[in-house]
Design a protein around this ligand. Sequence first.
Ligand code: ATP
Length: 442
Amino acid sequence: MEILVSLSKRRGFVFQSSEIYGGLGGFWDYGPLGVELKNNIKRAWWKAVVQERDDIVGLDASIVMNPRVWVASGHVDTFADPMVDCKECKKRFRADDLAGHVAAGVHGHAAEAGVARCPECGGELTEPRMFNLMFKTFVGPVEDQASTVHLRPETAQGMFVNFDNVLTATRRKLPFGMAQIGKAFRNEITPGNFIFRDREFEQMEIEYFVKPGTDEEWHQHWVEARRNWYLGLGIREENLRVRRLDKEELAHYAKDTYEVEYLFPMGWSELEGIANRTDFDLRRHTEFSGRQLTYYDEESGEHIVPYVIEPSSGVDRCFLAVLFDGYREETVRGEKRVLLRLHPSLAPIKAAVLPLSRHESLAPPARKVWDLLRPHWMTQFDDSQSIGRRYRRQDEVGTPYCVTVDFDTLEDQAVTIRDRDSMDQVRVPIAGLVEALRERLD
Ligand code: ATP
């Protein structure tokens, strides 16, 4: 973890938020390479679940919603973790963490401290108190109970409350889904493990509405589809597992839940939860809003309340898994190299253009090659230090291809493409370079 935190900072993937002021626990900034990787993850997800499917449409709901939403969803009453404080050193812990449920803690479950003393100093702990994880703020100039709103702790509710709008606008038939990517906020008691547990993070969520009775089958479909998505991004199979939650781990709305977990340095931990939420949400919002959130089933001639399968994943956790999975240290020809073996679709920079040296005759053709590639992909131009060091620098940030412009280029109008993983080099004419890279990147 320390190696990755340091690489992330040094190369501009992730910085501590407001670092010059000492930072703020659970908040992070994504740097120039980080924002590219993050956008690529989101793009890959959107492509797989919206673009390539004919049964899911996108949505972008607001972060702040009518406060009744969170009463209806159950978050006001149950979105809480048990918190204990050490009476001696004043450190604060999640009681269920101390009980050994670090990876699998479920919000809203009663405290079972299990440990009577502070794990840091051995001091006496307070009784567990339930602590609601939603951030509060105010809408309008008056700061009172009536103007209190929450920052959404999940994107899901934006989709449930728009069920009728989307159904009417798109005339969809069951089964169909909505997908959304957006920020969520949780005032986690103990943020940590770098960007694994944040207070501000991003979710990629699907609400997939199905006919009751077909929910279990669709649940299996989604568990398989989501597992395959991670594998398709190059995550190694031995680092990925699917775990079915025990009954006592289930959230209040869930009939059944699977987690896709990744083997992080701190152990198997959740990347994504895939829950069968039944008709809980639509029924609750019907009850609290007075609006009928039903679907007219032409076959039976009845209005039904669909069941929902929810694959809910975290962008930041996926980002961390992708970094871990891609990170390698290798010794090649007696030299150590660090390699980020990222899937080409995720790599922040697809190709780097490197003139062999800073010789003045190489700069104009190298810049021309760079101009040629820039409209197609995120690229970089680098002419500092030795060519070997520049290759290593690109390997370390996962750039799949380096394009080298050398003295022969001046004669033969060709360049060398170097492959990050095999380090093989092939010569291609500049006129065919875009096509050659496209073949490899696709
Ligand atoms: P955990 O048990 O780790 O707190 P959770 O079960 O509460 O997670 P969900 O409510 O199922 O998480 O949220 C769906 C997804 O959102 C998670 O699988 C995770 O990828 C992401 N996520 C949830 N909380 C955080 C967080 N504090 N920081 C980063 N990502 C998060």
